[in-house]
Structures are given as C-alpha cells and as structure tokens.
Design a protein around this ligand. Sequence first.
Ligand code: IMP
Ligand code: MG
Length: 194
Amino acid sequence: MTRKLPLNILFSAAQIRRRLDRLADEIARTSRTKELVAVAILKGSYVFLADLARLLSNRQIHLVVDFLGLSSYGPGTSSSGKIALRHDLSIPLKGKSVLLIDDILDSGLTLQYATALLKKRGARTVKTCVLLDKPSRRKTPLTADYVGFTVDDTFVVGYGLDYDNHYRHLPYIAAIPIEPSPVAARKPTTGIRR
Ligand code: IMP
Ligand code: MG
C-alpha cells in the first residue's frame, strides 16, 4: 500500500506557517492592487490556497477565488506533454489582476498553459505563486513570481500534494521514497491534475 511508505518530513506545519506569513507579506507589498482574483489549479493547491487566502485577508488583500482543473496525462503511462482543461473558470477575468496558484512548479508546462489561458481570457495581469519549486525538472524557461520553498528532484507529498491520491491531508510536506522517473510514470494516467 502506498500509504505505508516511510515519509521523510522536509517542512513541518510550523515551518510552512512561518513561510506563508512571509509570502503573504511579499504578495501584499508587491501587489499594485488590493483586489485580486486567485485562480487555484486543482487539486493539489487547495490547502495552500485556503491558508494563503486567509493570510492575505489579514493584510487587506481582497480575493475572489476560482479554480482551474488541468491534466497533462493521456492514456497509458507516458505523458502526452499536452495539457487538457478538465474544469474551466466560472467567472469573467477581463481586466482583472490574477494571482495564479499551484502546489508545485515542476516541468512548468501546467503553469505555462494556465498563464496563457488566463491572458487569453482577458486578465490584465497574471502573477504566479507556487508553494514549491523543483527547478531541476523544468522543461520551459518559466519562473514563478512567488515561491514558498525550493526542493530537490524528489517526490513530495502532504499539504495538498498527493501520491496516487493519498497523503493530501498531511499538515506537513514530506519526501516519499519512490524511484525518480518522468512525471507521467509517477501518476495515474487520467483525471484532474493533482
Ligand atoms: P508541471 O510543472 O506541469 O510538470 O506540473 C506540476 C504538477 O505536477 C503539479 O501541479 C503537481 O500536481 C504535480 N507534481 C509535480 N511534482 C510533484 C511532486 O513531487 N509531488 C506531487 N505532485 C507533483
Ligand atoms: Mg497540481
């Protein structure tokens, strides 16, 4: 059972809380407007979004929240390398300042797709915010505007991130001992993005 794999805690709940406080300060300080639309990518960013939204509220940033469901996996175990839209936005973005939120920036294909989509939908600005950055695996020259923590090329779970849909509920972030392999080989083949 994947749930029995030993976990190596990288960031405790207290460390995450402290880092998010600083991240919220940075976002509040550098945002040109206090009215933001937070667009979170399902499913992995739901815990991060929930905590960050409340910290931003304490800093007088007013959020409207929406979600995008994205998947890059086709049939079989290899990635198509193409992103599919599984769940679309429910609010108009024309002229809005958007904070695009994801759990982890890995190859960069997901954020690249999402940023282009939001601009196509008329967003005035799109700033990207990720809890984790894994720069070693990038396939595009993309960097995020706001980053919580940088991690090595290791598979991580907890605080919203999953392995095979387990571990999302953990209050901390941990490395899980699975073989390093292409993104697609580590995940279910279809469905809403982790
Ligand atoms: P990419 O940047 O397009 O490769 O996609 C990033 C997505 O892959 C993230 O939103 C996660 O859902 C997932 N992902 C990448 N690395 C990990 C990991 O170490 N643990 C859990 N999910 C991951
Ligand atoms: Mg994700």
